[in-house]
Design a protein around this ligand. Structure first.
Ligand SMILES: NC(=O)c1ccc[n+]([C@@H]2O[C@H](COP(=O)([O-])OP(=O)(O)OC[C@H]3O[C@@H](n4cnc5c(N)ncnc54)[C@H](O)[C@@H]3O)[C@@H](O)[C@H]2O)c1
Length: 386
């Protein structure tokens, strides 16, 4: 396939681009490098030393003899260039990672709220609009989040995107299939719930073929391909805004910094290893919806854990103490979370589950680069409410 990866310089997008290229697909990365600029704004770099995008691509060429193209383009603001790109490159599929993805960053200030809304909604809508205008039959695979379902105990196994309901009326009960009610917990999550409505509209109105992946919290850093050369190394975010919970704990244990559990730590979240992320995207691309089919929605998760249990596990393995921190977020202190993930399992996903070996491997990566850590960036600084 010929595939455009929007956001292909990011934490999930870079390993996915390499994985798809390794499988023999023709890959073009489109990214405006805004995430690298946010590193500059926050004065915090990835723990791992990531190479420039040209260096990454040149290294991949040396190692695999495969070429990945790159174009620096802001898909939220440069609609005409985006349309030209689709019209000229004629991809079979596009994978859309190109959004501001940190909930804490989206809640930092009015400026950050507005940026997240403008960037994420325009990025998604511009892609949809350009696919229609190009007249090319392009399959869109989008990275959404489990957070669209909300994190309060639902009393049921969260289905994959849709809910079958009965609407009581005076004479009869009408059956309907609706999008699972959205319940965003941050401005970032709100943009993802709006994305889902865009997809429903463009699927119904224009017959676009769309797959929306409701992904859990990603952990791990390297994949088979990024491990091939240090210049291909993936990002490792550890700061209070961008660091995801398990990676933060592993990094904190690497520098003997007490593990930061927000509130009671009773929050249950869904997780997936970065190697499974790239596999799931491959499976989604290989199993595209047919024209006229409703949006395919998959829960891209492999396990669920309570945050304090994860902290205890890392504490036992590494001897690092746990510290309770005031929760900067407005969220349920305790919640149950059961999630269906049958669709990817049926397509052949063999999940990588949390193991002592893998945790220690990630801790070793964190130890290797611990001299790059700025301890001042570890504690959460963005608050949901002042
Ligand atoms: N990392 C996780 O744990 C996680 C969990 C669930 C869902 N997701 C979703 O996966 C996607 C990728 O996440 P990530 O962790 O790789 O994030 P990331 O910030 O590392 O990568 C996003 C990339 O998109 C680029 N980008 C952003 N706006 C753009 C624009 N307007 N034009 C062009 N490029 C733009 C950035 O420069 C960056 O390289 C996001 O949409 C996120 O919501 C991530």
């Amino acid at each position: 396939m010929r595939i455009v990866v929007f956001g292909g310089d990011g934490f999930c997008g870079w390993p996915t681009s390499l994985h798809l290229s390794n499988l023999g697909h023709e890959v073009k990365i489109v990214d405006n490098l805004s995430r690298r600029n946010i590193d500059n704004e926050l004065e915090c770099q990835s723990l791992t030393p990531i190479s420039t995008i040209s260096n990454r691509i040149q290294t991949w060429k040396e190692i695999s003899n495969k070429h990945i193209e790159f174009e620096n383009l802001d898909i939220a603001t440069e609609y005409c260039r985006l349309l030209d790109l689709l019209t000229n490159y004629k991809p079979d599929a596009v994978v859309h990672f190109a959004e501001q993805r940190a909930a804490p960053y989206s809640m930092k200030s009015p400026k950050h709220k507005i940026y997240t809304v403008q960037n994420n909604l325009n990025a998604t809508h511009n892609i949809l609009c350009a696919i229609v205008e190009s007249g090319i039959d392009i399959h869109l695979v989008h990275l959404g989040t489990m957070g669209v379902y909300g994190y309060t105990t639902s009393g049921m196994k969260i289905p994959e995107g849709y809910l079958d309901v009965e609407i009581p009326s005076e004479s009869t009960r009408l059956k309907s299939r609706i999008l699972y009610p959205a319940s965003p917990g941050s401005i970032y999550h709100m943009t993802k719930t709006q994305d889902a409505l865009f997809f429903q509209f463009y699927s119904n109105n224009d017959g676009l073929r769309i797959t929306d992946l409701h992904q859990g919290v990603v952990w791990g850093t390297n994949t088979k391909e990024t491990n091939l050369d240090e210049r291909l190394i993936n990002r490792f975010d550890y700061d209070g805004d961008y660091g995801t919970v398990l990676n933060r704990f592993l990094m904190q244990s690497a520098i003997d910094f007490p593990l930061t559990v927000y509130g009671s730590g009773g929050q249950t979240r869904a997780f997936i290893h970065i190697q499974d992320t790239v596999k799931c995207i491959q499976l989604a691309l290989e199993n595209a919806p047919k024209s006229g089919e409703p949006v395919h929605i998959f829960n891209q998760v492999t396990e669920t854990f309570r945050v304090r249990d994860l902290a205890e596990l890392v504490a036992q393995l590494t001897g690092t103490p746990v510290q309770r921190v005031d929760n900067p977020r407005i969220e349920a202190d305790e919640n149950e979370l059961e999630v269906e993930n049958e669709k990817f399992m049926k397509l052949g996903l063999d999940p990588i589950t949390l193991s002592e070996g893998l945790l220690m491997e990630i801790k070793q990566v964190a130890e290797k680069y611990s001299h790059r850590c700025d301890k001042d960036k570890i504690m959460p600084k963005s608050k949901w409410r002042n």
